[in-house]
Design a protein around this ligand. Structure first.
Ligand SMILES: CC(C)(COP(=O)(O)OP(=O)(O)OC[C@H]1O[C@@H](n2cnc3c(N)ncnc32)[C@H](O)[C@@H]1OP(=O)(O)O)[C@@H](O)C(=O)NCCC(=O)NCCS
Length: 173
């Protein structure tokens, strides 16, 4: 049976099978440690019965007033464990935690070319709030969709009303 449990420091030395994926960002160790220290409840891992890491989610809660929200920083599932509903399950956990923290919405950034992820987020109830121009740097910079899903506290769903124009990374709040 799959186990979903909090991510630990040791998992950082065991998650290469998940991160060896061109669409999965690998950060420096201090970045992961910062998340583990500040938002441990938002860092969850799915483990197979044999002890292999199947996927993980890493996030945080941030913002103030009606911009108080949950944020998905990373979500990745190893290729051999995809289409089993793991990402949907991990997103559900992050949303439940954000509900408990009385967040107004959950947001995330995704490459506009990452159709699988964009379609999945759509299916999970996320919509494009705005496009962030050249958010991802590389040989060719790429735009991001900032996608959002309103939580129950945002009764009027104001947080997900899409912006009329794209923004640049330096304009992000
Ligand atoms: C995107 C990703 C996290 C999805 O993980 P997953 O565990 O396979 O997703 P799920 O099984 O929970 O899928 C949930 C729904 O998303 C959609 N979906 C997921 N993968 C899909 C695919 N390859 N093709 C079509 N639809 C897909 C389906 O609607 C699916 O529901 P269904 O299986 O009942 O039809 C995974 O492909 C991945 O790790 N990709 C690389 C990293 C990445 O892109 N992360 C997101 C960056 S923000």
């Amino acid at each position: 049976m799959t186990t979903i449990r909090p991510f630990t420091c040791d998992d950082l030395f065991r998650f290469n099978n998940v991160n060896l994926d061109p669409l999965t960002e690998t950060y420096g160790l201090p970045f992961y440690m910062q998340y583990l220290a500040h938002w441990p409840e938002y860092f969850q891992v799915a483990e197979s019965p044999a002890g292999q890491i199947m996927g993980y989610i890493m996030g945080k809660a941030e913002g103030s007033a009606d911009l108080w929200h949950g944020h998905v920083t990373a979500l990745s599932v190893a290729p051999e464990y995809r289409r089993l509903g793991l990402a949907a399950k991990l997103m559900n956990i992050l949303e439940e935690i954000s509900e408990k923290k009385r967040c107004f919405f959950v947001d995330l950034f995704v490459r506009v070319s990452n159709k699988v992820a964009v379609d999945m987020y759509n299916k999970l109830g996320y919509t494009v709030y705005r496009t962030v121009l050249e958010y991802y740097s590389g040989e060719v910079d790429e735009d991001a969709y900032d996608m959002r899903k309103a939580l129950s506290r945002d009764t009027e769903k104001k947080s997900v009303i899409p912006l009329a124009h794209p923004v640049r990374p330096e304009e992000l709040d």
